[in-house]
Design a binder for this molecule. Structure first.
Ligand SMILES: Cc1ncc(COP(=O)(O)O)c(C=O)c1O
Length: 383
């Protein structure tokens, strides 16, 4: 049997191990100086004045909504084709999720469809840079401005991408939310961050991640002194630990190489798959620089196999693939909502396919994936 090719694999090495060992050695195992350093370096990297490190991309989305004052009864437009956390965050603040459709070429929120769903109760839009490809921030920014809506960027997958030469994370909207889950561009194990250029929002986020308290408690167990803490508002424990930040700092050192490798792998997939009659490969958008957090193809209507067939056939060759993005409105958790008409979301959910991509994927492995995919598409499906 051939070696396994997973769908993703974080690129970790001696630097991450050493960083964690040093954090353990000096007993900073809660939030401490490494988190502060990680925040400074992340903000500098994306060109924001502030980054606030958090426990996940989901908690980043939640706090982004809280910090921008979105709450009960507010309608927030989100793309229906996304990871479920994008919509869940709206519910976490008591808001009403309003699903909009995506542009079938980019898989990103369609500004025209979003515009059609605006009502007098609409207060915000969460724009997702899906799979790392930036959404049309120019049109969505204009739409948000015109209707006085808060624009929050779900940039979970988009570190290293840019829109019109501006890095994602230097917020075009109010705030940009990142995830450092192992499937993302860099990982901290679990983790997330919000970047902003508004210092008062950053301070608010720092309180919110820490129970609403004014200062960050010393969670090292080393008994470092601190003044009294006052809890001015409801808050949460959404802190990142220094163990996680130690991994993140080493990952930031690798970021350029990670992006280079991902783009190179994507070019190899493109070259091999672009002209296949049953496949649509990722688009090239002149205004957007893609980080290829995922490599996703769409099966054409007349493709001779379903995505589930292909996943099964690739699994038999020890290759992990995955069926398309979630159509959130079809999930049981959203069954109590009226079912909107979202034709592109429905189709892409059925016809989208993720192929393996990660920095250590070799050229030979890309060839193996492409051979197996083409065989699955061209094989005998007559049974
Ligand atoms: C688009 C999107 N939003 C939000 C999240 C949530 O991030 P996390 O898993 O770090 O909570 C993810 C990833 O998992 C995602 O892909």
């Amino acid at each position: 049997m051939s070696d396994e090719i997973p769908i993703t694999r974080p690129w970790l090495g001696a630097a991450e191990t050493q960083g964690v060992a040093e954090a353990l050695e000096d007993r900073w195992v809660g939030q401490g100086p490494r988190v502060a350093q990680f925040e400074r370096r992340l903000a500098a990297r994306v060109g924001a004045s502030q980054a606030v490190a958090l426990s996940s991309g989901t908690t980043a989305l939640h706090l982004a909504l809280v910090a921008t004052g979105l709450g009960p009864g507010d309608e927030v437009i989100v793309p229906a084709l996304s990871f479920i956390a994008t919509a869940n965050a709206v519910r976490m603040v008591g808001g009403r999720v309003v699903f909009a459709d995506v542009d079938p070429a980019t898989l990103n929120l369609d500004p025209a469809d979003a515009a059609r769903r605006i009502t007098p109760r609409t207060r915000g839009i969460i724009v997702v840079h899906q799979l790392g490809l930036p959404a049309d921030l120019t049109r969505l920014g204009d739409l948000a401005d015109k209707h006085h809506l808060t624009l929050i960027e779900d940039a979970a997958c988009a570190l290293g991408s840019s829109w019109r030469n501006t890095p994602i994370g230097r917020p075009h909207g109010a705030l940009a939310c990142f995830s450092f889950h192992p499937r993302k561009i860099i990982t901290t194990g679990e983790g997330g961050a919000i970047t902003t250029s508004d210092d008062s929002v950053a301070n608010q986020l720092r309180r919110l991640r820490n129970h609403g308290g004014e200062t960050t408690p010393d969670s090292t167990g080393q008994g470092r002194s601190q003044g009294p803490i006052h809890y001015a508002q409801l808050g949460y424990n959404y802190r990142m630990s220094d163990l996680h930040a130690a991994v993140g700092l080493a990952q930031l050192d690798r970021l350029d190489e990670i992006l280079k490798r991902r783009r190179r792998i994507a070019r190899r997939y493109d070259a091999r798959l672009r002209n296949h009659p049953s496949l649509i490969t990722p688009p090239v958008i002149p205004d957007a620089t893609h980080n290829y957090q995922s490599y996703h193809v769409t099966l054409t209507e007349d493709a001779p196999a379903t995505t589930a067939d292909i996943v099964t056939r690739l699994a038999a060759e020890s290759i992990s693939a995955q069926c398309g993005l979630t159509a959130i409105h079809r999930e049981p958790a959203y069954a109590d909502e009226p079912t909107p008409t979202l034709p592109h979301t429905e189709r892409l959910n059925q016809r989208g396919l993720f192929l393996p991509i990660y920095p250590e994927l070799t050229d030979d492995e890309v060839t193996r994936v492409c051979d197996a995919l083409i065989a699955a598409l061209e094989g005998d499906h007559g049974t």
